[in-house]
Design a protein around this ligand. Structure first.
Ligand code: T3D
Length: 254
């Protein structure tokens, strides 16, 4: 369901239910959560790359999982929230490679990437209102921050299917590449991040996620605290040493 593969310092995670467009079930979410914990615990993993198998990234919640009985949305949401908390606090940088349609919670997962790349044939649809639901998995948090309130309203209320190019123009993804190059290019970015100062990346994500709810003085205070933390890493020492010695740094992720 979630395939794990190590490529050097990168943990490649593939949502692997191609016959169902990688739609999300309780089992998939459980496996994804466990894989993220594994990434946190393994010091050799310095970046995570998330993609989908087959022609889709993820169609969101598997709608066939809602049986005849009234769905237990609260339980579903708890399962999603656990994964989203894990993504937002992941201790490694996350690259997402959107290889095809990303809909509903599938699109939400994609937006949690610190760096998001899409294949030229990929598409994005919020999808929630089309089945009478509200945005979840952090979509209501991330979307207005990424595209602004007016565009978020349009994407959430009308749920158009955006092409990869439209997603790029809106800032939903950072880069669009030909489908056959997607994994190679996304892996190259993940490998680059895997050579970098891991702690500084993660603390940068935290500053950006927190920035919108903080006043200027609170943001400055948090920057000072996290700069203190980054400043105590051996990667910072190495960065400065390498600069002085006029050579590329050899960061260890510590
Ligand atoms: O539990 C809770 O807490 C609630 C949580 C909700 C989170 C959510 O994610 S809600 C949103 C759920 N997702 C959707 O509503 C998306 C529905 N799917 C689509 O909009 C489209 O299928 C796609 C844009 C993803 C792809 O379109 P396309 O044209 O490439 O493929 P298709 O022809 O629509 O679908 C192909 C097959 O996949 C089809 O099955 P069939 O007819 O070949 O047997 C289709 O039914 C199936 N499929 C697509 N999406 C889902 C799905 N099966 C189960 N669950 C899906 N989400």
């Amino acid at each position: 369901m979630v395939q794990k593969e190590r490529q050097g310092g990168v943990l490649l995670l593939t949502l692997n239910r191609p016959e169902r467009l990688n739609a999300l079930t309780g089992e998939v979410l459980e496996e994804l959560w466990a894989a993220l914990q594994e990434a946190n615990q393994d010091q050799e993993v310095r970046a995570v790359l998330l993609t989908g198998a087959g022609r889709a990234f993820s169609a969101g919640q598997d709608l066939t999982e809602f049986g005849e009985e009234k769905p237990d949305y609260e339980a579903h949401l708890r399962r999603y929230n656990r994964v989203v908390e894990a993504l937002s606090r992941l201790e490694k940088p996350l690259v997402v490679a959107v290889n095809g349609p990303a809909a509903g919670a599938g699109m939400s997962l994609a937006l949690w990437g610190d760096y998001r790349m899409a294949a030229d044939g990929a598409s994005f649809s919020t999808a929630f209102v089309r089945i009478g639901l509200v945005p979840d998995s952090g979509m209501s948090f991330l979307l207005p921050r990424l595209v602004g309130l007016a565009k978020a309203q349009e994407l959430l209320l009308l749920s158009p299917r955006l092409s990869a190019e439209e997603a790029l123009a809106l800032g939903l993804v950072h880069r669009v590449v030909p489908a056959e190059k997607l994994l190679e290019e996304a892996l190259a970015v993940a490998q680059e991040l895997a050579q970098g100062p891991t702690r500084a990346y993660v603390l940068t994500r935290r500053l950006l996620l927190e920035s919108h709810r903080l006043s200027l003085s609170e943001a400055l205070a948090l920057e000072a605290v996290l700069q203190g933390e980054a400043g105590r890493t051996s990667d910072h020492e190495e960065g400065v040493r390498a600069f002085r010695e006029k050579r590329p740094p050899r960061f260890q992720g510590r």
